[in-house]
Design a protein around this ligand. Structure first.
Ligand code: NDP
Length: 327
């Protein structure tokens, strides 16, 4: 038997509880993993609170990320004792996930735990941090360089935003952090923000073309914020769009794209191929120091996950929530 968060649904609605499950109930897969840590991402928050239809099968063990040790393997790639990390692939949505002491997964979904990180640190990064690295890689691959001017990070105190600020600073960029949390200026400065702006300056409908300011943007927010960020991006600049914390809509015009050659780069972490994952983890291992990770992370126990998920969706959480599934 093992402890897990379980989301269930019936005519009365959705319920979330900590349950003792039998290992025989685990879904199919060729690798059995003793989970050490998981984490809460925005998507886990949506799944656990039921505020968006993230879960595709019930009952579901949520948790789109985990780090742990292989106990049994029928995969040629993995053997007992290997330390592994899982990010995405629909785990925690359609296949039981990481908010449990045990998981059974497909070997092809796993990556080795990078030697630079402990299992706990890998979950302080989680899908949010690995997505931030994908966004920074996308901007750099699009030719955005520090000498071209400031880069903007939206949703800056969130999981994606916090790691993006640190990674962009380490890559030599001048970083402007947009946040709704006026009290978090010191936190953002410690991570590497050169200046902070109020997210309200981006969150309402704006003109199709605005004063050119950003060489690049990492946007975790979507909606008017993404539209305004594009309208303020300099000639030839690029905007990496990965999130929808304000909304999934994109109320913009094509003007920045057709008159300024601005590029909009979509970033997906869930189905990203291993080559992109490997490069993202190389950046994280090189550029994200242990002190930044500690500043970003707050640790909770497995049973605390439902309440923390509600706080996350309410925008009350700073940085990343690491879940010690064994306490
Ligand atoms: P968090 O909840 O940790 O952070 C989101 C941040 O967005 C908040 O901290 C807040 O930052 C800001 N925010 C919240 N509500 C609003 C609002 N109404 N208007 C403007 N800003 C707002 O989430 P994550 O960082 O983990 O994820 C961010 C987004 O990225 C989510 O939408 C998530 O679904 C998406 N995502 C996408 C991935 C992909 O593969 N494409 C992978 C991972 C995440 P502040 O208070 O500083 O303003």
């Amino acid at each position: 038997m093992f402890s897990a968060i379980v989301i269930d649904k019936n005519d009365a609605g959705q319920s979330v509880s900590v349950q003792q499950l039998d290992e025989s109930a685990l879904p199919e897969g060729d690798v059995l993993i003793d989970v050490a840590y998981s984490t809460l991402n925005y998507k886990d928050g949506l799944a656990i609170t039921g505020s968006s239809p993230v879960v595709r099968k019930f009952p579901m063990v949520p948790g789109i990320d985990l780090a742990g040790t292989v106990r049994e393997s029928n995969s040629a790639e993995w053997k007992a004792g290997d330390k592994v990390v899982l990010n995405g692939w629909g785990v925690g949505e359609g296949h039981w996930g990481g908010l449990a002491r045990v998981a059974r997964l497909k070997g092809e979904w796993l990556v080795p735990l990078p030697s630079a990180f402990t299992a706990r640190q890998a979950m302080a990064i989680g899908t949010a941090g690995y997505t931030a690295a994908l966004c920074v890689d996308a901007l750099v691959n699009a030719g955005v360089t520090p000498d071209q001017g400031e880069v903007l990070v939206t949703g800056a105190t969130g999981g994606v935003g916090s790691v993006a600020v640190a990674l962009l600073k380490a890559a030599g960029f001048t970083v402007v952090a947009a946040t709704g949390k006026a009290s978090e200026g010191d936190y953002l400065a410690k991570l590497g923000a050169d200046s902070v702006i109020d997210r309200a300056t981006l969150s309402e409908k704006g003109k199709a073309l605005q004063k050119e300011r950003w060489a690049g943007v990492v946007d975790a927010v979507g909606s008017f914020t993404l539209a305004n960020a594009c309208a303020q991006t300099r000639y030839g600049g690029a905007v990496a769009a990965c999130g929808l914390a304000q909304g999934a809509d994109f109320p913009a015009t094509v003007m920045p794209f057709i008159l300024r050659g601005v590029r909009l780069l979509g970033v997906d972490s869930v189905m990203a191929p291993r080559s992109l994952r490997t490069k993202a983890y190389e950046r994280l291992a090189r550029d994200l120091d242990a002190a930044s990770l500690e500043a970003i992370a707050t640790e909770i126990a497995l049973a605390d996950a439902p309440a923390a998920a509600a706080d996350l969706i309410a925008g009350k959480i700073r940085g990343r929530v690491v879940v010690d599934v064994n306490r």
